[in-house]
Design a protein around this ligand. Structure first.
Ligand SMILES: Nc1nc2c(ncn2[C@@H]2O[C@H](COP(=O)(O)OP(=O)(O)OP(=O)(O)O)[C@@H](O)[C@H]2O)c(=O)[nH]1
Ligand SMILES: [Mg+2]
Length: 489
């Protein structure tokens, strides 16, 4: 039985229904090979298969009942090239009739992926490279700021040299004189044995106020400092010029110190070590708006706790909102050689954090650092989700991460994040709020440390760390004296 090659498959399909029982049986036999061949179009494909088989049979001179047996024998040994060709043609026609694939599987993806294949070796190499990058080493870019030499605390004494380098010769004699030098020279004419009046102090205070606002201190806080200085100076009897200088300096330092001293100080290393001694897992949640440096600060904190406290740290990937966030954290985990608890981009971050804490407890880890997605302070949905994570897990410390360079907006951010934790705490009467601040990108603000002052003054929260670069060791403590030094420079 042969068909003209020009005959369409549909025609063939219609005619096929009228064919004799033998053919119908043949068809059933063929269709049972592929359950997908039940639809109309697929019927014609089956017919094509038959047609091709038959035409092949003709091509090879036709198989008489005599030679059929030997042919099938050869076929079963897999050397019947005509049959193979027919099968290939059948598959080609079938693909054509069925149209493009609806689902792309891993095999298809591999076929079109022309990138260099990733091997275990090349992955290890990438991690080594990243580790070198994050650990620093050759830190010339920051050496002149004193960041690398100071072990834990930020040293502003070199800020001036940086500014000087930047100005590179532009600076005249006057610019190199410190604020304090300028202030005391303003009262040079006040002789000894004099009771200081408001009038004597006025030039000092207006100069001081301008200098503070130049360094990003808000006008309100600058006025507050000036008021305190004025109160401590008016009516003071000066013995000599030297004592006037000392009196002014003392008054300034004291007032800034008062403003910068938060209600509670946090030493996370001490707290984590104490928790470990009690057999508890110490947890920190990092929160803040998008791109401020939460994940980087988390990685720096892991490095800090690992190297200074020899603590066993686990990371928890609870930013399953931003694409790439988990991979970014995995890179940090690999570089730091700490585990990452993650569930990819699904599940509730609050639950992932809970599971991470349980996992850490069961495996004997000392610290869990929880990364969260960045969000704007006005986004109610995301703020609710954050409040849920914090209230459900009650971490030991909630750290707000903010950029030093955003100025007063960081106060708005922190205030609203804190309020959201309270407002969306469901029926919790004792909600967890923000405990402290990590101020990032301090390396980009020179000695304009005013934002630090503004934040502590307006929120009463301590600055636990400042970020002074992109590498792991670039996490420093900020003490009041160093801020004062920077403000007075
Ligand atoms: N110069 C400098 N760059 C920093 C500092 N901290 C973080 N960065 C950089 O800021 C960028 C954003 O950091 P991430 O840690 O991804 O910020 P994030 O807040 O986690 O971002 P999202 O998860 O997208 O909200 C990265 O390029 C960091 O290297 C810092 O102290 N100084
Ligand atoms: Mg992040």
């Amino acid at each position: 039985m042969s068909m003209g090659k020009s005959q369409s498959f549909n025609q063939f399909s219609k005619k096929k229904k009228k064919k004799n029982q033998t053919q119908a049986n043949d068809h059933r036999e063929n269709s049972s090979e592929d359950p997908a061949e039940d639809g109309g179009a697929v019927d014609s494909v089956t017919a094509a298969r038959q047609q091709l088989r038959q035409s092949n049979s003709l091509k090879s001179g036709g198989r008489s009942s005599k030679n059929k047996q030997s042919a099938s024998k050869v076929e079963s040994q897999g050397v019947d090239y005509d049959s193979d060709e027919a099968e290939r043609e059948y598959q080609r026609q079938r693909q054509f009739m069925m149209g493009p694939k609806k689902f792309v599987d891993e095999k298809d993806m591999k076929e079109v992926d022309l990138s260099v294949p990733t091997t275990a070796d090349s992955m290890q190499q990438d991690i080594e490279e990243k580790r070198r990058e994050f650990l620093g080493g050759d830190d010339d870019d920051l050496k002149h700021l004193g960041f690398c030499d100071s072990d834990e605390e930020i040293d502003f004494s070199n800020f001036k040299s940086l500014n000087q380098m930047k100005k590179d010769g532009e600076a005249d004699e006057e610019e190199t004189v410190s604020l304090f030098g300028r202030l005391t020279s303003a009262i040079k004419n006040v002789t000894g044995n004099k009771v200081l009046t408001k009038l004597d102090i006025q030039p000092i205070l207006s100069e001081f106020s301008n200098s503070l606002t130049d360094k990003n201190v808000s006008v309100e806080i600058a006025q507050e400092i000036c008021k305190q200085v004025e109160e401590s100076l008016v009516g003071v009897k000066t013995a000599s010029f030297t004592s006037i200088k000392t009196t002014v300096q003392k008054a300034l330092v004291e007032s800034i110190q008062k403003l910068l001293t938060p209600k509670r100080n946090i030493d996370i290393l001490k707290e984590a070590v104490t928790a470990k001694k009690r057999g508890q897992v110490y947890s920190i949640v990092f929160i803040g708006v998008n791109g401020v440096g939460k994940s980087t600060s988390l990685a720096k904190t892991a490095y800090y706790l690992k190297t200074k406290g020899n603590l066993r740290v686990m990371l928890a990937g609870c930013d399953n909102f931003r694409s790439g966030a988990i991979e970014q954290l995995q890179t940090h985990a690999s570089c730091l050689d700490v585990p990452l608890y993650q569930k990819g981009y699904k599940d509730d971050p609050a639950i992932i954090a809970k599971e991470a804490l349980q996992d850490a407890k069961s495996k004997g880890f000392d610290v869990v650092l929880i990364d969260t997605a960045g969000r704007m302070q006005g986004n109610e949905g995301l703020m609710r989700a954050l409040a849920k994570l914090v209230q459900l897990n009650k971490p030991d410390t909630v750290l707000f991460v903010g950029e030093a360079l955003v100025g007063n907006d960081s106060i708005d951010q922190l205030t609203k994040f804190n309020q959201s934790l309270i407002d969306f705490a469901a029926h919790d009467n004792n909600p967890r709020v923000i405990d402290g601040i990590i101020m990032t990108k301090f390396d980009t603000v020179d000695e304009k440390v005013g934002t630090a002052l503004n934040m502590v003054y307006s929120t009463g929260k301590p600055i636990v760390f400042v970020g002074v670069g992109q590498k792991y060791p670039h996490l420093k403590k900020l003490n009041v004296q160093t801020v004062i030094t920077a403000l007075m420079s």
